[in-house]
Design a protein around this ligand. Structure first.
Ligand code: PGA
Length: 261
């Protein structure tokens, strides 16, 4: 296997958002662990709400499934009520963290600037950031997809100094193309639409570092289901998926993960 095929093993990430409780999580996690035990050709990550990271650690520790946070704060510590620092996530065994999700941007007023600062803090703590980018429906219809995605990518790429960029490569940073019009709507980008934007994202990374562009995983998110995953994952620049709603059903999520094998 060459370096590229190792680094670009398919990756499927579950974003549970604000769902679950101790009992239902336990059933879901156990079913997923069992369902994926024979499917080791891809990497899997579960991102539960923060209070359940402890439970994820307990159940996933001796499996091939990783766990991560749904967000992180850029500060290391201090008077930031409600915030969680990167080292707190690593303390709980997290190896991944989602950043810049459209729900964070729209509902919690997070910006490209905060996403960039959080990206930097994450890689410095050894967490693999999954930076979400994507255009709204209005932007899509106005033909602005590339302009928006470029501005979201550049906000992060431009703030990383060489040392941070090297750290980001070290932790195998991930990008997620999540068209906002497809997130939680039941509408999915066609495999061709996703491929075109993923290739654009890879090109944007290459402008900073061509070696990194060949290795970076770019996953697609937005109403992935068992019946559309295979086609999406077969596109050359689609390296896996970020799954919201369908990750709450063990059967659906396992089927999506199998499609990545
Ligand atoms: P969805 O969510 O799969 O429910 O569209 C994806 C996401 O928000 O990451």
């Amino acid at each position: 296997m060459n370096a590229q095929s190792i680094n670009r093993r398919k990756l499927v990430i579950a974003n549970w958002k604000m769902h679950g409780d101790i009992s239902s999580n336990q059933h879901l996690l156990q079913a997923v662990i069992h369902g994926l035990s024979d499917y080791q050709q891809a990497d899997y990550v579960i991102c539960p709400p923060n209070p359940y990271l402890f439970q994820a650690r307990e159940l996933l520790s001796n499996t091939k499934i990783a766990w991560g946070g749904q967000n992180v704060n850029q500060h290391d510590k201090g008077a930031f009520t409600g915030a969680v620092a990167a080292h707190m996530l690593t303390d709980l065994g997290c190896t991944y963290v989602l950043l810049g999700h459209s729900e964070r941007r729209v509902l919690f007023n997070e910006t490209n600037l905060t996403a960039a600062a959080r990206f930097d803090a994450s890689v410095k703590s050894g967490l693999t950031p999954v930076l979400c980018v994507g255009e709204t429906l209005a932007e899509h219809e106005a033909g602005l997809t590339e302009v928006i995605v470029a501005s979201q990518m550049d906000a992060v790429m431009a703030t990383l100094n060489d040392q941070s960029f090297a750290a980001a490569m070290q932790v195998n940073m991930v990008f997620a193309y999540e068209p906002v019009w497809a997130v939680g709507t039941g509408k999915t980008a066609t495999p061709e639409q996703a491929q075109a934007v993923h290739a654009f994202i890879r090109h944007r990374i290459a402008m900073r570092n061509s070696e990194a562009a060949g290795h970076v995983r770019i996953v697609y998110g937005g109403s992935i289901k068992a019946d559309n995953a295979k086609k999406l994952f077969s596109m050359p620049d689609v390296d896996g998926g970020l799954v919201g709603g369908a990750s709450l059903s063990a059967d659906e999520f396992i089927a999506i993960c199998k499609a990545a094998n």
